[in-house]
Design a protein around this ligand. Structure first.
Ligand code: ADP
Ligand code: ADP
Length: 228
């Protein structure tokens, strides 16, 4: 589902944020991406959504080499990737339902399908009874769940999360991580950037560790580890 082949990223200012990063992830796998602030986690995620382009090496998502992607193909790629942010980026001038419906509105889905899909997504995050509320009236954990429902409403095969529990207490954080685990169990590939080392350890998933732009552990895919 994901393949990084000796990927480096040097920003215009001259700072090298990623150095020769190689790893692969299978469909339905869940992994964490850890490392100190500035280690390159966000940069790695941005390469997958083509928010940034690598300076060297190749990134493949779902078998598609992103360096061959034309600019007009980028929106199609992004439709297949759900993204969850730390500050969830919800709009407070509309209901929970309308926030989750946004990715479907963008692609012009028919209203009946929008209703069905939004409710299925809200059901999966346990917020079906809050669809008419304004997200401002929800707790931090509930707001983050709305952000996750919005990220998965299109049924993307790939889910990326950038510090999704950054503002939550430990108990709520563990609940959110369990939710990601459930999506991976139905075949979604999930990569979660987090610097919460304790929580990451407790979850027991594969861990990719970046240190100053270099992948220092977790780089081999499970298959490579198996076959040496
Ligand atoms: P992390 O997510 O692990 O905190 P980032 O990927 O955000 O790390 O940043 C890695 C390094 O790249 C940092 O030193 C950061 O300052 C630098 N960086 C990130 N974005 C840019 C940019 N647009 N221009 C220049 N440098 C950047
Ligand atoms: P229904 O059971 O009514 O057909 P869906 O199967 O369309 O409902 O469920 C839609 C919801 O499933 C999505 O809105 C999303 O929350 C969640 N989802 C996202 N990706 C997947 C996936 N790969 N497999 C199963 N459910 C997913």
């Amino acid at each position: 589902m994901i393949e990084f082949d000796r990927v480096s990223k040097r920003y215009d200012g001259g700072y090298t944020a990623l150095k020769g990063v190689s790893f692969a992830m299978d469909r339905g796998e869940m992994a964490f991406l850890t490392g100190h602030s500035g280690a390159g986690k966000s940069t790695l995620l941005k390469l997958m959504t083509v928010m940034e382009r690598p300076s060297a090496g190749n990134v493949l998502v779902g078998g598609q080499a992103l360096n061959r992607l034309r600019p007009r193909q980028v929106p199609f790629l992004r439709r297949h990737i759900g993204v969850v942010f730390q500050n969830h980026q919800l709009l407070f001038d509309r209901t929970v339902f309308d926030n989750v419906a946004m990715p479907l509105e963008v692609i012009g889905a028919p209203p009946g399908e929008i209703g069905r899909r939004v409710r299925a997504a809200l059901d999966k995050v346990g917020l079906l009874n809050k669809e008419r509320m304004n997200p401002i009236a929800l707790s931090g954990g509930e707001q983050q769940r709305v952000g996750i429902a919005r990220a998965v409403v299109n049924k993307p095969p790939l889910l990326l999360a950038d510090e999704p529990t950054g503002n939550l207490d430990p108990e709520l954080s563990a609940d959110i991580m369990q939710l990601f685990e459930q999506f991976s169990q139905v075949g979604v590939t999930v990569l979660v950037a987090s610097h919460d080392a304790e929580l990451v350890r407790a979850m027991g998933n594969r861990v990719l560790t970046l240190r100053e732009g270099e992948l220092v552990s977790g780089g081999a895919s499970p298959r490579e580890q198996l076959h040496g």
